[in-house]
Design a binder for this molecule. Structure first.
Ligand code: PMV
Length: 323
């Protein structure tokens, strides 16, 4: 009745923005991501608790903010009546700051809960369950380069390449501390309802996915850089043209983007991507990672730097001292 699992966040290079079914939390577009190695969330789920209702602790402290979403996710994993659960989460990176903490959290949660309840579902089923809590979480069940296909009734996932096939690195520049003002779920629904560019976004996504898929297959860094930056800027332009507008960036975000562009012009193999927050993720080849990290760390206003290679999908881990 008790299990633990660990998952890493993933960073989308072709983004998920918009839902086709709000009830089932189905994405309106496909997406393509890389799973990280060195940022992680561990979830411990214990159904043998005396408590009458679910409890949640985050990094050792009781924290009810995500409890309702966690409980709904556990309901879906159980698929019927279930005992109350004591859930303990630990992460080595900031939560709800645009670093995909919900992806690693829900990926780890479904793996741990499924094992604790003895269900033994396969990876795709677990990914679909994770995706119904947080769309991007479905991708964190898989290693390396992952494509998510948006079907009418369910998502499908494909592993395009393993971390060792193309060992890119990611340098995250923290441009602000604290939680984001608008959740990604609320923001993407606002874009769908009010941005004049939303329809075009949906129509063009298959082309971006095809370009990124071929770039991964050919290990063509320049082609991947071009489509990833284009897709990221397109997603943010949907946010800016929503009513009321959503602008997650700050001046540090822009300085980091300029630094990355400048490094690329000088021959470094690096590109940026940015999710629902101000943080900038620089994706680069291994040989350039030290220089990229050094330059971003020295950029005005950058609070911290995190580095990661590409890593594995969510998996069970020993139930040790997570609490
Ligand atoms: O999984 P959610 O609901 O937090 O949405 C994630 C949206 C982006 O991170 C901005 C894009 C993506 O594909 O991960």
């Amino acid at each position: 009745m008790r299990s633990s699992a660990t998952a890493q966040p993933n960073i989308a290079l072709v983004k998920y923005w918009g839902k086709s079914d709000i009830e089932k939390n189905l994405p309106a577009v496909g997406s393509l991501s890389i799973t990280l190695a060195d940022l992680w969330t561990t979830m411990d789920v214990d159904f043998a608790t005396d408590a009458r209702t679910d409890t949640l602790s985050v990094n050792g402290r009781t924290d009810d903010r995500m409890l309702a979403r966690v409980s709904r996710c556990l309901d879906r994993v159980a698929g019927g009546r279930r005992p109350a659960a004591a859930v303990a989460s630990r992460s080595n990176f900031p939560i709800a700051a645009g670093l995909a903490s919900s992806a690693s959290a829900f990926a780890a949660l479904v793996v741990a809960a499924d094992a604790a309840l003895g269900r033994g579902r396969d990876r795709l089923d677990l990914a679909r369950l994770a995706g119904s809590s947080s769309g991007s979480a479905a991708r964190s069940l898989y290693a390396g380069f992952v494509e998510l296909e948006a079907g009418e009734d369910a998502v499908a996932l494909r592993q395009l390449a393993m971390p060792a096939d193309w060992p890119l690195e990611v340098v995250v520049a923290l441009a602000a501390a604290g939680e984001k003002p608008v959740s990604s779920g609320e923001a993407m629904m606002r874009s769908a309802d009010t941005s004049p560019f939303y329809r075009r976004w949906i129509d063009d996504q298959p082309d971006d996915l095809a370009a990124a898929r071929s770039a991964v297959a050919a290990r063509d860094f320049d082609a991947l850089a071009a489509v990833a930056e284009h897709n990221c800027l397109k997603m943010h332009s949907l946010m800016w043209t929503s009513r009321p507008p959503i602008v997650y960036w700050n001046q540090v975000t822009l300085l980091c983007m300029q630094a990355i562009r400048d490094m690329r012009e000088r021959g470094r193999r690096v590109f940026f991507t940015i999710d629902a927050g101000p943080q900038v993720k620089a994706v680069c080849v291994r040989d350039d990672a030290d220089a990229v990290a050094e330059r971003l760390a020295a950029t005005d206003g950058v609070l911290d730097i995190m580095r990661s290679g590409l890593g594995d999908g969510a998996r069970l881990t020993p139930t040790e001292c997570v609490r």
